[in-house]
Design a protein. Sequence first.
Length: 287
Amino acid sequence: MTRIVYVNGAYKRYAEAAVHVEDRGFQFADAIYEVIEILDGRLVDATRHLARLDRSLRELGIPRPMSDVALLQVIDQVIRRNRVRDGVVYIQVTRGAGPRDFALPPAGTLPTLVILARAQRKGWSAAQAKTGIAVKTIPDNRWARCDIKTVMLLPAVLAKDEAHRSGAKEAWFVDPNGNVTEGASSNAWIVTSDGTLVTHPLDHHVLPGVTRATVMDVAKAEGLKIEERRFHKDEAIRAKEAFITSATNIVMPVVQIDGAPVGDGRPGPLARQLRLRFHHVAEFSAG
Ligand code: PDD
């Protein structure tokens, strides 16, 4: 249970934690966020997450609310005050509050910063990884800067809802050529018949996933071949294996795409191997 939330300089009780009704995050989705895994009371890959947070802010010209050192101290406080050992930290920064206006607010407007921590049952994703998940492909109708981690998540919310209604856990966005870009809240991967890992290249169509980057480190350490290239949804259905990566799922096998089984319809060995090695390679904060 989340008990304490950091909002703009104060640690508030969950029920009382709030931002202004004219916050630009609320009115314009003029905001960015990060989700970081907490494992055994320590942050996983914090350096990469904070670097991406910084990049998102710079791309949108939102001022930094505080230094990384200060941010890590507040995150640590939020984790402690909520007594979270395993779960996630959610960080959101908006361009601040003011009378609704499309024009950017005057210089000096303070960004809004919210940080909350939430416990999750340890091992839930390991249990899910034993059976894997189904995904449903959905046309990618998001904007052309998906590399920025904004809170403009309505297309992802609706795609996931459509996926859920068909019995799938995740939606895979496909571009007009039928190529898979990424998941609604994850990066998408396949394994070819010769054991090569394939994922969409980093460009404006996908989020540069932190888990994606660390999985690449794992794959290199394990001597696996990686290709960053587009892949068609039909190639994915015919692939040997498929999986998704994200801070919450780590490496999650995909066993079904649009109702068709991937491989023999069971989690594949490479996804399992990458998942097992992941936390040996990821960076852990001092805890
Ligand atoms: N989502 N692509 C999209 C569109 C995402 O929303 C996410 C993460 C990822 C994976 O990124 P990372 O490996 O850094 O978590 C890829 C988070 C978990 C969320 O919105 O909850």
